[in-house]
Ligand binder design. Structure first.
Ligand code: UD1
Ligand code: CA
Length: 456
């Protein structure tokens, strides 16, 4: 019954006011290009096609979405930037005659799927997403008849004083039947203050054809905000962050100060999760019940088990923990760090491709890389796995119940067998035997008859 939906995303903006080498739609919002947010929202509507209009300097934009996961996108170059109507004209050859088209903007990334679904529920030939603004400066105004049918959309610079006073504005987002859109776009002329082909001119043509558009007001005016300069970009970021932190708090997360939490990915949480200030979460993050995240900490692609505590100043990436682990302060844990339960990783400890079994500890000043560490192992302060010979990485295997004394260098590949004890200051390049004390350091001697040199 329902006719297919095609989404057009206008992304040919020059973004001059950003004063950047990066095209505007690639500017990051919450760590991802603005355009990526719009694409994700568009995909949520399950359209038959997504068409992106990019500008002549937009190769970078196209290239940013070259990955396989974006192969569903149809890229259309607008060689000359002759206005929003001209931009949509470029897509017409790609659209089937019986379809509905939704026009979105690459620099309006906060628009919600539910709002678009509301707009798409309208069955009229043409419908526009509008907003009521106390200060409508800069936007096209909706000129409506007494039935709230849109008679025209007039750009601010083409408005008479009466029109300029209208507070219902054009967000730019609209939907239309392809057949009618094609006819109207064939008629528009650049008769306006900017000499451009205005997409908005189709509204007067629709009214003329007795198919006047309806409008749907955007309940939350912040959704249709665009980013033209760094100030507006920062404003969008704040709105986005406020949305995300509010959602998390509604799921029970307690935050010392939500304005000092940054969410740049997807976060799943259990009950009784707490964040102190300046917590940054990136990628896919899962925090089980009772996790506490200390201040000044970044977590990227981490899965922390129940009651895990991250103390202040940690940088964790690709970390998986079981329950009740204690991390930091000042821990740097890199991808492939896998901890079982009740593992302690303390201050100035770096881990990478390292697994540690239940109850094991590396509490101070260590590097544990390319290592398999069993349960109940104690790695003393300054234990270093020497994993790299300049060409290759090698594995360090430390079995259960091993005790490594402070300042030990373990030259990999090496195995420390179960229950071995390593004397402090050892440099080991051979296996340590199970249950025995191994010491590999120069013996201490006392030199008899020695005296300090004296001056004169
Ligand atoms: C447009 C609307 C205005 C609306 C406002 C909402 C028109 C004529 N006016 O005005 O009614 O209130 O948006 O923000 O449509 N673009 C292209 N190719 C072009 C021209 C523009 O891709 O040739 C893209 C831009 O990158 C931008 C969007 O279309 O993302 C809007 O263009 P812009 O020039 O910013 O339109 P406004 O003057 O803001
Ligand atoms: Ca604009």
């Amino acid at each position: 019954m329902s006719i297919p939906l095609h989404v057009v995303i206008l992304a040919a903006g020059e973004g001059k006011r950003m004063q950047s080498r990066l095209p505007k739609v690639l500017m990051p919002l919450a760590g991802r290009p603005m355009l990526q947010h719009v694409i994700a929202t568009a995909r949520g509507l399950k359209p038959q096609g997504i068409h992106i209009v990019y500008g002549h300097e937009g190769e970078q934009v196209h290239a940013a979405f070259a990955a396989d996961e974006y192969c569903d996108l149809n890229w259309i170059e607008q060689q000359e930037r002759r206005g929003t109507g001209h931009a949509v004209q470029q897509v017409l050859p790609s659209l089937p005659e019986t379809a509905r088209v939704l026009v979105l903007y690459g620099d309006v990334p906060l628009i919600r799927q539910a709002t678009l679904a509301n707009l798409l529920r309208v069955t009229d030939t043409l419908a526009v997403l509008s907003a009521q603004l106390n200060d409508p400066t800069g936007y096209g105004r909706l000129v409506c008849d007494s039935d709230q049918r849109v008679q025209a959309i007039v750009e601010e610079r083409d408005c008479n004083p009466e029109q300029r006073a209208i507070q219902q504005i054009n967000t730019g987002i609209l939907q239309a039947e392809v057949g009618a859109l094609r006819r109207w776009l064939g008629e528009i002329q650049p008769n306006n203050a900017q000499g451009e082909l205005y997409l908005t001119d189709i509204f007067a043509l629709a009214a003329r054809d007795l198919q006047a558009a309806s409008s749907v007001d955007c309940a939350d005016g912040t959704e249709s905000k665009g980013a033209n300069d760094p100030v507006q970009l920062a404003e969008l970021e704040r709105i986005y962050q406020q949305r995300e932190t509010t959602l998390l708090m509604q799921r029970g997360v307690r935050m010392a100060d939500p304005s000092r939490v940054q969410i740049r990915g997807n976060v799943s949480v259990g009950r009784d999760v707490e964040f102190d200030i300046d917590v940054i979460l990136e990628g896919e993050v899962t925090l089980a019940d009772g996790c506490r995240i200390g201040p000044f900490t970044r977590l990227r692609n981490c899965h922390l088990g129940a009651d895990t505590v991250v103390h202040a100043h940690c940088d964790l990436e690709g970390v998986h923990t079981g329950s009740a682990c204690l991390l930091g302060p000042f821990a740097r844990m890199r991808p492939g760090s896998r901890l079982a339960n009740a593992v302690h990783i303390g201050n100035f400890v770096e881990t990478k491709q390292a697994s540690l079994g239940d109850g094991s500890k590396a509490n101070h000043l260590s590097y544990v890389g390319d290592a398999q560490v069993g349960a109940r192992v104690n790695l003393g302060a300054g234990t270093i796995t020497c994993n790299y010979d300049g060409a290759h990485k090698h594995l360090t295997t430390i079995e259960d119940d091993v005790f490594v004394g402070s300042n030990s260098a373990l030259v990999a590949p090496i195995v420390l067998h179960a229950g071995a004890t390593i004397g402090a200051g050892s440099t080991l390049s051979k296996p340590a035997q199970a249950g025995k004390l191994t010491v590999a350091r120069a013996r201490q001697v006392t030199v008899e008859g020695w005296s300090r040199p004296k001056k004169g």
